[in-house]
Every structure is written in structure tokens, then in C-alpha cells.
Design a binder for this molecule. Structure first.
Ligand code: ADP
Length: 269
């Protein structure tokens, strides 16, 4: 009888090990798939601006000189390449915990206003109305204005990118208890419920042909979430579902005056 029990037990242990091995294998396969998909996307994202630059240079060569039009193309595409490289470096630094915050007293409304103003030309080009909804009083906190601007630009930029012409994007600043609250709301393509938590994962893109056509590497929200976490805050995504818009809510603690002026980041989960 004892032998039977021990045989059963060891069979159970072997089965458990098998399941665990299978889980590890499945997770590894998923990682490999995600990585391959990311590399393919990165290839496309780099090739597009490089192709445009090469073509502009060919025209310049043929004409024996550059016109403003070709220079503008080269300038814009080089800028796009620099942005991709910055994103890649940022993700690397964030995940390895090598970003330092430089916190100073800021007014959230002022930082948001700067961001919204910078995005107005893009909003205009896309035919989307971009508005800032500011509270009556100031929302003051200790934060790194450059990094915070990066978060707001990412959220509002996404909202513009995923909202068709004729739509609306609203950035709202407020406070709630001991927290400063920033909301970025759009009435665009929305996010399927089961993908809501995934959008913050590295390389994640909600897999619709629409998204792929819009480009991007799926890095922005990963970086944004890490920056918000470094400030001791949280970021959440909400959507009523496809076609019904999205909302991203950032909450930042206001009383962090005792905290260190610079903080190293723990690796993002
Ligand atoms: P990307 O460069 O692909 O925009 P992000 O990390 O900024 O990378 O966003 C990840 C994914 O989340 C996007 O590819 C998109 O599928 C989804 N997403 C982000 N913001 C929105 C939004 N406002 N509306 C709909 N989908 C969004």
C-alpha cells in the first residue's frame, strides 16, 4: 500500500514538473514570438524614413542641388528616425532602472498646456479637436517636468493617432484627495476590454490592421507607465470597447515633498 501511495505521489510530482516545464516552454515561445514580431516592426519603422531619405537624396543628386522640398523631407524623416532611436534607448534605460528623475515644484496645468499647444499642429493636420480642460485652482506637485511632458505627449499623441478625423481629444487636469489627476480622453477607435491591461506591456499593440497601418512600436505606454511609477503614481486605461473611445487616467501623489529629489527606478513589472 505504501509503495502504491509513493508511486502515485511521485507520478503526481512528475506530472507537475511536466506542466511546469510546459508552461515555461509556452512562455518562452510567446516571448520569442513577441520579439520576432517586434524586430519585424522595428525593421519597417526604420526602413520607411530611410527609404524616404534615400529617395530625396536621389532627386537632389539628379538635379545637382537640393530644393527646400527635399530638404524638408530629409529633415522630417531624420527627426522620425531620431524619435524611434530615443524610444528604444528609453525603454532600455527604463527596464534596466537607469533613468533618474529630476523633481522640481511644478504646476500640472502649465506642463499640460505646453504639451497640448505643441500637439495642436498635429491635431489640426488630423482633423481632430484637441482641448485642455483646466481646473480653477492650481494643481501643484513635485515632479520631473520633462518626463511628465513625455507622458502627456505620449497619451495625447496616441489619442490623436487612434481617433479618426472629426473626433475629439480632451486633456483634463484635476485633483482628487491627495492626488493630482490627469485624464486623456478620446472618442476614437477604442480598445477591446480584454486588451486593456496589455497595452502597457513592452512591444504590445492591439492587433488590428488599423493599428499596424498607423505604425509605432508599442513602446510609448511602457515608458509612460514606468515614469508614472517612478513618481509614485498609477496609470490606467479604460474603454467602452471598440469604436467607443478610450480614456487614460494618471494619478500622481501630491505630498511627495519629503521624497528624494532624484529617484532611481525599480525595474518595471
Ligand atoms: P504605439 O507606438 O503602438 O502607439 P504605445 O505603447 O503608445 O505604442 O501603445 C500601445 C498600443 O495601445 C497601441 O499600439 C494601440 O493598439 C493601443 N492604444 C494606445 N492608446 C490608444 C488610444 N487612445 N486608443 C486606442 N488604442 C490605443
Amino acid at each position: 500500500r505504501d509503495t502504491l501511495v509513493s508511486v502515485a505521489r511521485s507520478a503526481l510530482r512528475a506530472r507537475k514538473r511536466q506542466y511546469a516545464a510546459r508552461d515555461v516552454l509556452a512562455a518562452r515561445e510567446q516571448d520569442v514570438r513577441a520579439r520576432d514580431q517586434f524586430l519585424a516592426m522595428l525593421g519597417h519603422e526604420l526602413r520607411n524614413p530611410l527609404g524616404a531619405i534615400t529617395m530625396a537624396l536621389e532627386v537632389i543628386d539628379r538635379r545637382g542641388g537640393a530644393e527646400e522640398r527635399q530638404l524638408a523631407i530629409v529633415r522630417r524623416q531624420a527627426h522620425q528616425l531620431a524619435r524611434i532611436v530615443d524610444d528604444l534607448l528609453d525603454v532600455a534605460r527604463v527596464t534596466s532602472g537607469k533613468i533618474a528623475l529630476h523633481r522640481v515644484p511644478i504646476e500640472l496645468g502649465t506642463v499640460a498646456a505646453r504639451c497640448v499647444e505643441a500637439l495642436q499642429p498635429q491635431a489640426h493636420e488630423r482633423g481632430v479637436a484637441l482641448a485642455l480642460d483646466e481646473p480653477a485652482g492650481a494643481v501643484a506637485l513635485l515632479a520631473d517636468p520633462v518626463r511628465l511632458e513625455q507622458v502627456i505627449a505620449n497619451l495625447a499623441g496616441n489619442a490623436l493617432k487612434y481617433t479618426p478625423a472629426g473626433g475629439h481629444v480632451t486633456v483634463t487636469i484635476g485633483s482628487d484627495g491627495g492626488e493630482a489627476v490627469l485624464r486623456v480622453r478620446d472618442d476614437g477607435i477604442g480598445i477591446p476590454r480584454d486588451q486593456l491591461s496589455r497595452v502597457f506591456e513592452t512591444f504590445a499593440q492591439v492587433d488590428t490592421s488599423l493599428d499596424r497601418a498607423r505604425g509605432g512600436l508599442g513602446l510609448g505606454l511602457t515608458v509612460s507607465r514606468s515614469i508614472v511609477a517612478m513618481h509614485g503614481g498609477t496609470i490606467e486605461a479604460a474603454s467602452e470597447g471598440p469604436g467607443r473611445g478610450s480614456e487614460f487616467v494618471v494619478r500622481l501623489p501630491v505630498e511627495n515633498g519629503d521624497g528624494p529629489a532624484t529617484a532611481a527606478l525599480a525595474p518595471a513589472g
